[in-house]
Design a protein around this ligand. Structure first.
Ligand SMILES: NC(=O)c1ccc[n+]([C@@H]2O[C@H](COP(=O)([O-])OP(=O)(O)OC[C@H]3O[C@@H](n4cnc5c(N)ncnc54)[C@H](O)[C@@H]3O)[C@@H](O)[C@H]2O)c1
Length: 434
């Protein structure tokens, strides 16, 4: 490893920058800022202003996390000139055609290239397809900086395993994969990450291996959930409770623990498309992964159709019926509504002319309106024909049948328990779960 560089970093004579301070970037920047001198860089000036006041715009960290940190926040690309170790953690979304959208990644890469100098290291953390770092990012770094890869500057890839809302699996206590463009770069990158990851690092043999490892972690999860979602559709037709089946099958030592549900957010529902895109470019048309995506992407519509069928079966006129949806975030106990599949339920119910109210103790009504054109109500406001608990927020665990019944227009309203949270606890309402 480059001991000279590493020692200077430890002494505060070199600066480490994290580019993109979202769910992934900010915790990493703050963790490093307890060990070395850090520049936190983000193009979003509003977010930077909040972080300067010790506020995490993503609502994951408390002000405590900003204490005792040697960090300066900036949205001025000029400030990157002082940096010698860059970590890029910007979003890697998909576009409307489910194809990788590399615009933020390449834009951040250009910012880095603008201040890159000899002896610098650039580590990418954003989730990408295998080959993206070397084929898409490094050429930009070389072209704009005029420097030569692996002679003047070195590159690494270290995927992120952070799980928003999860206070158990943290940056510090989960092994982190690292990779480098040369054996020395690998050791330098590994040593830098070892400063903050107590659980240690796994040295991947190549950058492509590290990229592929990350993408298959999420793809494997997506495909497994898709299987359980499909089983849930089959069991529904056979009048078997899916959770009863999973509980029984789960007594076998090697049965995998997955449950049915909506797959939203910007990781599991997105990353497999990066892999299938790259596979397609390589001449292979993925079947299993794309089928899984299809099943998971259809679940919101499926849940809405089951709701509509049950309301009609109760002799109600669907156009005059009202639904309450509880929970709109992409998963439990987080504030993030981006790529939430609950909106598919809303849109499908509305397409049947049902009126829909939404509540969520974590989500922001303004953000919902901005992202999807629908607002939240602060509390359930009227008598409903159907209630859908779409997200298992911790606040919902203590609710009981008496509470839900009090919100219903009729004694036997339809109760849709997407995550099976109230299994065995609802007796009078018309109960359905995945
Ligand atoms: N959130 C997760 O759970 C998670 C987990 C593992 C990996 N990842 C991956 O990490 C990456 C980042 O995800 P995230 O959830 O932190 O994203 P995010 O949307 O929370 O934050 C991204 C930040 O990057 C900033 N940004 C965008 N373009 C920029 C640019 N050109 N220069 C500087 N800053 C820029 C945005 O303003 C924002 O503050 C993605 O590739 C994602 O797939 C995310």
């Amino acid at each position: 490893m480059n001991k000279h560089f590493f020692d200077r970093l430890l002494k505060g004579e070199e600066t480490l920058a994290v580019i993109g301070l979202g769910y992934v970037g900010l915790p990493i920047a703050l963790a490093f800022a307890r060990k070395v001198k850090v520049l936190g860089f983000d193009i979003n000036q509003e977010r930077v202003a909040l972080m300067r006041q010790g506020i995490d715009p993503s609502n994951e960290l408390t002000s405590e996390a900003f204490k005792d940190c040697n960090i300066r926040f900036s949205s001025d690309a000029e400030d990157l000139n002082e940096v010698s170790f860059y970590i890029v953690a910007v979003p890697t979304p998909i576009d409307d055609a489910n194809l990788p959208d590399l615009k933020p990644l390449l834009s951040a890469t250009r910012s880095v290239a603008g201040s890159l100098t000899k002896g610098n290291y650039v580590v990418f953390e954003s989730t990408v397809y295998p080959g993206c770092t070397e084929e898409d990012c490094i050429p930009v770094l070389e072209e704009l900086s005029g420097l030569t890869y692996n002679i003047d500057f070195f590159v690494g890839y270290s995927p992120e395993r952070i799980n928003p809302g999860d206070k158990v699996h943290t940056l510090e206590n989960v092994v982190k994969i690292v990779s480098g463009s040369t054996p020395e770069a690998l050791e330098t990158v590994a040593s830098v990450y070892e400063l903050v990851v107590d659980a240690g690092v796994h040295r991947a043999p190549t950058i492509k291996v590290a990229e592929a490892a990350k993408i298959i972690e999420n793809t494997q999860r997506d495909v497994n959930i898709a299987l359980i979602n499909e089983l849930s559709i089959i069991f529904n037709k056979l009048n078997i409770n899916t959770y009863d089946v999973l509980e029984a099958a789960g007594t076998k030592w090697n049965f995998l623990n997955f449950t049915p549900g909506l797959v939203g957010g910007h990781c599991i529902g997105v990353d497999p498309y990066y892999l299938t895109h790259r596979a397609q470019q390589a001449g292979y048309h993925s079947k299993v992964i794309t089928s899984g995506r299809y099943v998971n992407d259809s679940m919101g519509f499926y849940i809405a159709k089951q709701t509509v069928k049950k309301v009609i079966a109760q002799g109600k006129v669907i156009q005059q019926s009202r639904a309450l949806i509880m929970g709109v975030t992409f998963k439990e106990d987080v504030t993030d509504i981006r790529n939430s599949k609950v909106i598919d339920i809303v849109n499908e119910l509305k397409s049947y002319q049902m009126s829909v109210d939404l509540v969520d103790p974590h989500a922001s009504s303004e953000e919902m309106h901005h992202e999807y054109g629908v607002s939240l109500v602060s509390a359930p406001v009227d008598k409903y024909d159907a209630i859908i608990v779409a997200v298992n927020h911790r606040e919902y665990a203590a609710l009981d049948e008496a509470y839900f019944s009090s919100l219903m227009a009729t004694e036997q309203g339809v109760f849709i328990d997407v995550k099976g949270l109230y299994k065995g606890k609802i007796h009078r309402l018309e109960y359905w779960s995945l």
